[in-house]
Ligand binder design. Structure first.
Ligand SMILES: [Ca+2]
Length: 696
């Protein structure tokens, strides 16, 4: 048995401890193809009962596997002969029922105690802790070592106090709750204790140049019963040196205590070399009759959580032996607390073997490393970044999906920082704190082209306002057709129609517009450019509403002049002027069979008369025998728009004649225009109408 300080080979595990073993199968995480899916973390809750058979724990909700964040209520139910004592593991205290929030895998131990008073030595419900306070007098004269050194001690614990004088001082005595000159001093904790270590200035040789040394001799009783390891080794020490003595029993022996300048059963023990000292280490044979021994059963929960080393090792001890238990967590675990015949969180902890004992060391899984994911957008306000899972703080290894969402007017450009590229959404694995910037760019406004042309070529031009021909979507462009000399604007075609000039076009796509022009030269048979060209007002008694015709240059469809007719249209059946006519006598007969006769006419809106019985216009022909054909009636205001030049077209081959007394269209002598009162209207019209460009 070399100097092994910690032996944990013979720890007996309480194997039936696990009452509830929850095997958790990895929840089949359906990988959704949707980028927005979130996988919900599941955690397992493992519940152990100590001691086995003492009771059970009811979980609500039941199951043992829970969605992250679930609050589970645990109710400890003692079996007959037991009462619930306390929780251990990831829970503490004695509240019952109690709750736990499932934010990680958890292990909970429910400890019950025998309620039958079977003398097992449990100190009842809760453990009482005491403090040991040591003061130094005078201040700065020295220091005191506590072994073990704890904030609190349980009743019955033995603490060894070593007073160590500083240079120039020597230890005098202890005062306070204990008066003694022992050094070291063993204190058995039974209550809160306050002590003062008193020192005094060393007389005489304090400042001497030579170093004072003391010898430490160790005696083994019985010879061969064991050995003592000194730390530091050597046996001769500078004054004030603290030496740790570890008694190591030989096979068949157990360490039973110190004697001489060191007392007690603590092992290892320390001594301060303030004098030459002699220590006796006593061992006892284990096989022999007289010695009472107790067993110490130690187990760990969960079993993979760690181990416990015992010092002295062995697990079977002479009554009164003080055993130090050191909980050693495995990787990924931390020591949590002791339950059973040792409670609390102190580690290492000591017990005195005054009965058979059972102790459980509870470990819990170490919190996994968390990393922070910081996101930003550039430029500010251009968009946002969605995280899936959300939160921004993740367990190491978590894969996070980042989705850049552009605000209006922006488009996502790329990632920078700890994520690069242009993929969106993109994923990142949290293996460190990370910072990612989503870069956006201002959206290019859609541009459209407005293409213009003129017809016929050279007839004019199209002016754009605003100019340019390329426009942001939504722009309204004013287009103006400008006729060259000798032409006039007719209408628009392509993506704009109508005769309005200027007009507007909304640029919601590429557009093409043609401005159509026509020659202003009036080459028609009757252009009125040089006079009335033989046209007269009717002089028949019932057709005198057109009273005067005259060349007029204020209004012309083509060229510079038209025929202005002075109209005085009275009510229906007025004896003089319920209708009027103007005509030209061509003197020689014209063959107008299968001819298309056109004329342009301009009438004011007032010429409509009674809208319910509107006035009308007809084109008429007379042949050499003065027989008539009157074209169909054209209502003013409906068939004939007012206040603009309107073309009247009569196809002599197909015209539905309004009046026909057999005129021979191959011998047309006279052509004219009639205006008449609509129906039985009594409305009157007094004004002008214009005729221009009579042609066929
Ligand atoms: Ca004309």
């Amino acid at each position: 048995m070399g100097g092994d300080k910690f032996m944990n080979k013979k720890i007996k595990y309480i194997t039936p401890l696990l009452l509830v073993v929850i095997l958790f199968t990895t929840c089949s995480q359906k990988k959704s193809s949707s980028t927005g899916s979130t996988q919900t973390q599941q955690y397992t809750l493992t519940v152990n009962v100590y001691p086995s058979g003492s009771g059970s724990v009811v979980l609500s909700p039941s199951g043992g596997v829970y969605t992250a964040g679930t609050v589970v209520t645990l109710t400890a139910v003692p079996n007959s002969g037991y009462s619930f004592n306390m929780w251990g593991g990831d829970l503490s205290g004695s509240q019952n029922p109690t709750t736990i929030t499932m934010n990680s895998n958890k292990t909970v131990i429910a400890q019950f105690v025998s309620s039958g008073g079977s003398g097992g030595g449990d100190s009842g419900g809760t453990t009482t802790y005491y403090t040991l306070t040591v003061n130094i007098s005078p201040t700065g004269a020295g220091s005191v070592i506590k072994n073990p050194d704890k904030q609190q001690y349980v009743a019955g614990e033995v603490v060894e106090l070593g007073a160590i004088p500083n240079s120039g001082y020597q230890f005098l005595n202890w005062s306070g709750d204990i008066n003694s000159t022992d050094n070291p001093l063993s204190v058995t904790i039974t209550t809160n204790i306050v002590l003062t270590a008193n020192f005094q200035q060393a007389g005489g040789d304090g400042g001497g140049g030579s170093v004072t040394t003391y010898s430490l001799s160790v005696t083994i009783v019985p010879n061969g019963g064991g050995s003592v390891v000194l730390n530091p080794a050597g046996g001769t020490y500078t004054a004030g040196t603290q030496v740790t003595l570890t008694a190591v029993a030989s096979s068949g022996y157990v360490f039973s205590g110190w004697d001489g300048d060191l007392t007690g059963i603590q092992n290892p023990a320390t001594i301060v070399m303030d004098a030459n000292k002699t220590v006796v280490a006593t061992f006892q044979q284990t096989g022999g009759g007289g010695v009472t021994t107790y067993s110490l059963n130690v187990s760990v929960v969960p079993t993979e959580g760690g181990s416990v080393s015992l010092n002295p090792s062995g697990g079977v001890y002479v009554a009164g032996t003080q055993v130090t238990l050191t909980a050693i967590p495995n990787s990924g675990y931390v020591f949590d607390n002791w339950i059973g015949d040792l409670t609390g969180t102190q580690n290492p902890a000591t017990i005195v073997m005054d009965s058979n004992k059972t102790i459980v060391a509870v470990f819990s899984q170490q919190q996994q490393q968390q990393y922070t994911l910081t996101t930003s957008v550039s430029p500010s306000g251009a968009g946002s970044v969605l995280l899936d899972p959300a939160g921004g703080v993740y367990t190491a290894g978590t894969q996070v999906t980042l989705t850049a969402v552009a605000n209006s007017g922006y488009v996502f450009s790329n990632w920078s920082g700890d994520l690069t590229g242009t993929q969106n959404p993109a994923t990142i694995v949290m293996d460190s704190n990370k910072s990612v910037t989503a870069n956006f760019t201002q959206q290019q406004t859609q541009q459209y082209t407005l293409t213009t042309s003129v017809s016929p070529s050279g007839a004019g031009s199209v002016l754009l306002n605003p100019p340019g021909g390329t426009y942001a979507a939504g722009t309204v462009v004013q287009i103006t057709a400008q006729a060259n000399s000798g032409y006039q604007f007719v209408n628009w075609s392509g993506d704009v129609t109508g005769t309005s000039n200027p007009t507007t076009v909304l640029m919601d796509r590429n557009k093409t517009v043609t401005a159509n022009f026509e020659s202003t030269a009036d080459n028609s048979r009757y252009s009125f450019e040089t006079g009335v060209q033989g046209w007269v007002a009717q002089t028949y008694q019932d057709s005198q509403a057109i009273t005067v015709v005259a060349q007029d240059t204020t209004k012309a469809k083509y060229g510079t002049a038209s025929l202005r007719c002075t109209v005085d249209l009275r009510e229906y059946n007025h004896p003089n002027n319920s209708k009027g006519e103007t005509y030209v006598d061509m003197q020689t007969a014209q063959n107008m069979s299968n001819s298309i006769v056109t004329l342009w006419i301009w009438v004011p809106s007032t010429a409509i008369g009674d809208p319910l019985q509107p006035n009308g216009i007809q084109v008429f022909f007379k042949d050499s025998s003065w027989r008539n054909k009157y074209s169909r009636w054209r209502n003013i205001g409906t068939d004939i728009p007012t206040e603009e030049w309107v073309q009247i077209t009569v196809n002599t081959a197909t015209e539905q004649w309004g009046y026909d007394d057999g005129a021979d269209l191959s011998q047309v002598r006279l052509i004219g225009v009639k205006i008449g009162t609509g129906g039985t209207s009594t409305a009157t019209f007094s004004g002008y109408i214009w005729i221009d460009s009579v042609n066929w």
